[in-house]
Design a protein around this ligand. Sequence first.
Ligand code: ASP
Ligand code: MG
Length: 404
Amino acid sequence: MKIVVLKFGGTSVGTIDRIKKVADIITKYVKKKYKVIVLSSAMSGVTNDLVNKSKKISKNFSDSEYDVLVSAGEQMSCSLIAGKLIDKGYKSRSWMAWQIPIKTEGKHKFSRINEIYKKGILKYLNSGGIPVVAGFQGINYQNRITTIGRGGTDASAIMFAKFFNAEKCIIYTDVEGVFTTDPNKLKFAKKIKVISYEEMLEMASLGAKVMQPHSIQDARLNRIDIEVKSSFINKSGTLITKRKNIINNKIITGISSTQNDAKVTLVGVKDKPGIAASIFKPLSENSINVDMVVQNISANGKETDLTFTIKADDLNKTRKIINENKKINFKSLLFDKNVSKVSIIGVGMITTPGVTYRMFQALAKQKINILVISTSEIKISVLINKKNIKKAIVALHKEFNLEK
Ligand code: ASP
Ligand code: MG
C-alpha cells in the first residue's frame, strides 16, 4: 500500500475557499493511487482565539481544560475538509484523536505522541476512504484530552508517517519551502531544493520558522522524508532528508539570523577554577538560556573578561541574578541589546577547509566587526551589531554563491 501523509497548516485551511483548494490537492493524490491520510491544523487564528478566551476566564486556567478547549479548532477544520471531499463524491470522514486513539504521554499542553492505533484507519484506507485526522491533539492513558505544543500538527503528521510507514510526508504551508535566508527580508533568497535534517534543525532553531523543530527531530530519528511546499501555488518545495541522499556541491546551505539577542560582559572577573560555573549555575536554575560564551585569556593571570549572550527578554532578570550573586567578584557589568547572531549553516563545511576564514574575510570587507564567535560541526555563528545584519547576510550570501 502506497501511503502518503498530507499535513495542512492553519493558513492552508484558513478560509472556506482555501479548504476547497485543499480538497483538490488531496484528490490529486488519490487519483495517483495513493492512500492518503490527511492531518489538519485549525483554521488560522482559531487556536489563538481559544487561548485568549481561556486567559479571560482565568490567569491560571486549568491545563487539562486548556487542552480540551484549544484542541477544538481542529474538529472544525477536519469536518469541513471531510465534508468537502464527500461533496466531491469521495468517501471521507474526520477522526478526532480519541477516536483512533492517538495515545500521548507527558504533561498537559506539552504531551508527546507515544502510539497510534492503526487498525481502524487501515481498514478505512483499504475500503477506499480518506481519513481526515485532527492534528495537535491526543488522549492520555487516563483518557483525558491532551495537546502536544503549539504548531503540533507537524509532529502529528510525522508520527502518522512513522506508524503507517508512509512513502512520504508532505507539509503544506503558506511558504514555498525553506529558503537560503529569510525571503521576507531579502528578495534574492533562493528556495533550497534538498536539505538535511541536521541543517534544517539548525535553520529552524536559529529562526527560520518553517516547521516545528522537535517534529524535525522526530523525522530525523525515524528517517522520514518530508517535503515542505505551498498549498497556494503548484510548485515543488523543499525536501528534508538524510545527508546520504543529498548530492550537493554547495558548502553552505543557508544563512540565518536572530533578533532579540543581548550581550552581557563581566569585566575583571577573578580568574580561578569554578568561576564560570558559579556565574552560569544560577542562570540555568532560573531557566535563562545562555547561548554564545567567550572568555578572554587574562593578561596578568588574575583577571579575565567573560562575555555571553542571552535573549533580550531575560536581560533584567540576568542583571539581577548576577548582581546578587555573592560567589563572584568583578569590576563592572556591561550590557548590549543591539546585537544579532548571524549563522552560516551547511554540512559541506565538514569537508571543506577555509570556510571560517572566508566568512570572516567577507564580513571584514564590509567593515563589520565580529563581537563573539561560536562554531559547531555544521555551523559558524558570529555576533555582530544589529544594524549590520542585512549587510552581513548579503555579503555572505554572495561569498558562498547561494543565489545560484
Ligand atoms: N492549531 C494548533 C496551533 O495553532 C496546532 C497547529 O497549528 O499545528 O498551534
Ligand atoms: Mg498553526
